[in-house]
Design a protein around this ligand. Structure first.
Ligand code: F6R
Length: 614
């Protein structure tokens, strides 16, 4: 939530900032702004998208080779021009951009008011920059000291960048619980919420840790200190491996569409080096050191949010079914506040595409404190969750920019399938024949996903045309396809704003059946063989009440054709891997419906990717 970017060097900052903000727009897009230093400190900010900002700036003075930019997802204060970042301090000497929440801002604000400060915005961020100014003024301090001392007084989460008009060769950045990356170029430095604004200028980055402050100056380069002012001697420089094509649309109208179609490759990438069909093995490097502990755990507890939580639910089916280890799946946000029972014999898996979700990170910290082994399943390399866990595996899906998660979900489920298989083999809960069957089938998943994409797209467009004006929709599935029903409903809600509910098919008769009439589309996911007959009965129940049934079935399912109104056929697979294929029509359906309704698919209203606030 909120994207921040900064530049100091010899080039003009403005084009770098604007390009960076466009890359970071997935993190928030209700207003945007830049500050540029060229003797004067010019701030331009505007409600709306980065394009609105660019139009607003027009031919104003954009000179300066030091600057910062921000794209906002509102927390404190409405999304308008005034609350947009950057924010000036009272004297307009300092300027700040901020991602996060200062929880004790009200107390600090009252104190600052006693010192004569007045505020123009409703934001916590303006309070922070005024606090920094007050501390700087009282102690006649350089900006880095004022920032550091101010941060000892705040409670909350932040990634900030501050510029001082009277110290024009320096930029100060700091983080706590919100991501911040420093890019190191030739006589130039970048700071950003992630590496995407930096990648075309340098592949050398330093990931700041919590409570660290980076002082980037033209004379002295990069210096990192902690909040106690102890220098971090040699910040570790990472080489990032991100291709520009991966963060561009490559001919697609929307990132989401591109990311849906990338899945055969991203699933393959996730399995590379972890599965050999020829040699008949599956392995996960991240598991190696802790395999025994995980195999003998009392429970595996999965913490995650949103789509990642749905992947967690599938993991519950997979791990219990194949490896016979008890699994509990928790919303990260609830877990941490319900005084959970965790012991050293538990293993906590945190699943997160961004690796920055505040609730998941906090749940993880709690589990660590209570002695559990923690394992991260993340997409973003070097992210906070990836670094905070004892061990973990990346899903290698590449940057996911569309706000609605697609390829990260299939990456997570692929990784969790591999994990279940490795654990099951280790524990001897499946026979070696079954193990080999699963390996062979997993190897075929990318090709089957490809087929599902190409063979179902036309039919899905026709169905989308029929569904696009619905006010509500019901998604039903059983067994492994129940979490897929939840995921289908979430995808539809978030990008097309049609109300949708996902339900275990058999639960329908305990309430939701009351909603069914001729206006209610019911998407039934019926690709898992063990539930087929039962789900046929559920479809009959829907048809008896005049519901419109859209059934996702395995190729050649002639029985369902007789009763459903619309059929989407996809390749069949072994039951544990059905979600990897049955989710594809869910993604395409929501995508096409949203486009037909004229929605901005990549930037749905009120949402942002990477939810770094509670
Ligand atoms: C839905 C979606 C969100 C995220 C959730 C968790 O399409 O993208 O529900 O899945 O915010 O995010 P991560 O996986 O980054 O922790």
């Amino acid at each position: 939530m909120c994207g921040i970017v900064g530049y100091i060097g010899n080039r003009q900052a403005y084009p770098i900032l604007i390009k960076g903000l466009r890359r970071l727009e997935y993190r928030g897009y209700d207003s945007a702004g830049v500050a540029l230093l060229n003797g004067a400190l010019n701030v331009y900010k505007k409600k709306g998208k980065v394009n609105d900002l660019v139009n607003f700036i027009g031919d104003k003075n954009i000179k300066g080779n030091l600057g910062i930019g921000h794209t906002r997802w509102a927390t404190h204060g409405a999304p308008d021009d005034i609350n947009a970042h950057p924010h000036f301090s009272g004297s307009e000497r300092l300027v700040i951009i901020h991602n996060g929440i200062i929880e004790n801002y009200a107390t600090i604000k009252s104190w600052l008011e006693t010192k004569g400060h007045t505020f123009t915005s409703e934001t916590d961020t303006e309070v922070l920059i005024c606090l920094i100014e007050q501390i700087q003024k009282e102690g006649d301090l350089p900006i880095e000291d004022a920032v550091r001392i101010a941060l000892t007084k705040v409670v909350g989460a932040y990634a900030i960048v501050v510029i001082d008009r009277l110290d024009p060769n320096k930029m100060v950045a700091a983080r706590k619980s919100s991501p911040l990356v420093v890019g190191i170029g030739e006589e130039e430095f970048f700071v950003a919420s992630d590496a995407t604004p930096i990648v075309e200028y340098t592949n050398q980055v330093v990931y700041l840790d919590d409570n660290e402050i980076a002082i980037v100056s033209r004379e002295n380069g990069l210096k990192v200190v902690n909040i106690q002012n102890e220098e971090v001697k040699i910040p570790i420089v990472h080489e990032i491996d991100m291709k520009i094509e991966a963060i561009e649309k490559g001919g697609y109208e929307y990132f989401m569409h591109k990311e849906i179609y990338e899945q055969p490759k991203t699933i393959d990438d996730c399995m590379r080096g972890r599965l050999s069909v020829q040699e008949g093995w599956a392995r996960l490097g991240g598991l190696a050191q802790y395999k025994n502990k995980i195999c003998n755990a009392d429970r595996i507890i999965i913490v995650a949010c949103g789509t990642s939580w749905h992947a967690g639910l599938i993991a519950e089916y997979l791990i219990e079914d194949l490896a016979r280890i008890p699994v509990e799946v928790e919303y990260a946000s609830e877990f941490r506040y319900r005084n959970p029972i965790i012991s050293e014999r538990d293993v906590v898996l945190a699943i997160s595409q961004s690796g920055e979700t505040a609730d998941t990170l906090a749940a993880l910290e709690l589990a660590k404190k209570m002695g559990a082994l923690t394992y991260g399943i993340c997409n973003v390399v070097g992210s906070s969750i990836a670094r905070a866990t004892d061990a973990g595996s990346y899903i290698h899906a590449g940057p996911e920019i569309g706000v609605a998660s697609t390829k990260a979900f299939t990456g997570q489920v692929t990784l969790l399938s591999l994990m279940a298989l490795v654990l099951a083999n280790e524990r001897g809960t499946i026979s070696s024949t079954q193990y080999q069957e699963y390996i062979t089938e997993l190897g075929q998943i990318p090709e089957k996903v490809n087929k599902a994409l190409t063979s179902s797209d036309d039919e899905i467009r026709i169905i989308s045309e029929k569904m696009k004006n619905a006010d509500n929709a019901l998604y039903l599935g059983r067994g492994y396809n129940f979490p897929v029903a939840l995921e289908g409903a979430l995808k539809l809600k978030e990008i097309s704003y049609i109300h949708a509910e996902g339900y275990p098919a058999a639960e329908m008769k305990h309430g939701p059946i009351a909603l069914i009439d001729e206006n209610m589309p019911v998407v039934v996911i019926a690709t898992n063989p063990s539930a087929h007959e039962k789900i046929m009965s559920n479809v009959q129940e829907v048809k008896a009440r005049k519901g419109v049934v859209i059934a996702v079935v395995n190729e050649g399912d002639s029985e369902m054709k007789k009763i459903a109104d619309y059929i989407i056929e996809i390749p069949s697979t072994l039951e544990p891997f059905t979600p990897l294929i049955s989710v594809i029509p869910m993604q395409l359906l929501s995508y096409h419906i949203a486009v037909m309704r004229g929605c901005n698919v990549d930037q749905p209203r009120n949402l942002a990717k990477s939810v770094t606030v509670e």
